[in-house]
Design a protein around this ligand. Structure first.
Ligand SMILES: Nc1ncnc2c1ncn2[C@@H]1O[C@H](COP(=O)(O)OP(=O)(O)OP(=O)(O)O)[C@@H](O)[C@H]1O
Ligand SMILES: [Mg+2]
Length: 332
């Protein structure tokens, strides 16, 4: 998706590429990141189609293989763990098979689970049916967590907060972040940076966050379509000020990313060499930012590294994480 930009106002030239800082492994290992949000399971069923159903004009898929991946906030937490940080995940899941599968996958990924079990909830799962690399159907199972489960989650948030360096709120609009405003207030009162990956058009609920990381479509939904880079700056500044956000990082797919703070703008161009799979790049960005801020890097250094991590992850098929070696390997 390309946004039209008038020739008179290009994205600010980035100048010489900012130097990529090297962070010792131990520093990342000391960073404690709490991810809170909506988890989901991405499930893929693969099989062959040899006939059309006698019941309805639809293909019959003979399912031969299943693959499961962590999605939503769980994918974010997995990205933080892959970099070597101490990542925990606070969320609500159901008492069902997809919920169990999420627990297993979190364990494999090295993420500490802080799961609230809600017997009335169907754990969010997106089930795709594929044949010969073609997606034939996607089925989504989801509903809202109960009030009780969400309140229990909030109490657990209180208990976990003191032992964290950064709080990361990953909103996929499934209800897991019903109490997001209170979580931000509590975390800020405790002096912890709060990063938010937003969803929807009501950002009042993210008031007071340290940094919010929308993509272009998400930002457009809230501030409208900007006509130029100057117009974008004006719209973002008004939003940032009115919601008391320290920073806004606009991720711009192939155009890289732009940071807006009271100090001004910083644009970092995309660094991908080859692009195979862009889904989940936003998760890698916010997870890397959280890990780097948890390791006490400056916001600018954290963004340079997050941009580099995104450039690596879009070049991968399948695995959607970047590890320490990949991120800090000398370019070449
Ligand atoms: N086509 C691309 N070419 C180069 N870099 C890309 C491309 N798409 C994404 N990136 C990198 O990934 C970052 C995040 O991508 P994007 O802005 O698409 O986030 P997103 O829409 O939140 O992603 P998602 O929601 O699918 O995880 C970009 O800022 C850029 O660094
Ligand atoms: Mg995103």
């Amino acid at each position: 998706m390309q946004t039209a930009r008038p020739a008179t106002s290009p994205i600010p030239a980035a100048g010489p590429a900012p130097a990529v800082p090297v962070v010792p492994r131990e520093r990342l290992a000391a960073a404690r990141v709490l991810v809170v949000g909506d988890v989901m399971l991405d499930r893929y069923w693969f099989g062959d189609v040899n006939r059309i159903s006698p019941e309805a004009p639809v293909p019959v898929v003979h399912v031969q293989r299943q693959e499961d991946r962590l999605g939503g906030a769980a994918n974010v937490a997995r990205n933080a763990a892959a970099l070597g940080a101490q990542a925990g995940l606070l969320c609500v899941v159901g008492r069902d098979e997809p919920g169990e599968r999420i627990v297993e996958l979190l364990q494999v990924s090295g993420v500490a689970p802080h799961l609230e079990r809600d017997p009335a909830l169907s754990t969010t799962i997106k089930l795709r049916v594929l044949s010969r690399q073609q997606q034939l159907l996607r089925m989504d199972f989801e509903n809202m967590p109960t009030h009780e489960a969400l309140l229990a989650g909030l109490a657990r948030f209180d208990a976990l907060l003191a032992s964290q360096d950064v709080v990361l709120l990953s909103d996929y609009a499934k209800g897991g972040l019903t109490h997001v405003t209170q979580m931000i207030e509590k975390a800020r009162a405790a002096g912890k940076p709060v990063l938010v990956d937003p969803k929807g058009d009501d950002w009042e609920r993210y008031r007071g966050a340290t940094l919010i990381t929308p993509n272009r479509a998400e930002l457009r939904e809230v501030v409208g379509q900007w006509k130029s880079e100057e117009d974008l700056l004006a719209r973002v500044t008004a939003l940032r000020t009115s919601l008391a956000l320290e920073g806004l990082l606009l991720t711009r797919s192939e155009e890289g990313m732009t940071l807006f703070t009271a100090d001004g703008e910083l644009h970092v161009p995309a660094v991908a060499r080859e692009v195979y799979d862009v889904s989940g790049a936003g998760d890698t960005v916010i997870a890397t930012l959280a890990v780097m801020l948890g390791a006490r890097l400056s916001l600018v250094d954290a963004i340079v590294l997050a941009n580099r991590a995104a450039g690596i992850v879009v070049g991968k098929l399948g695995t959607a994480t970047v590890d320490y070696e990949e991120l800090f390997a000398p370019a070449g």
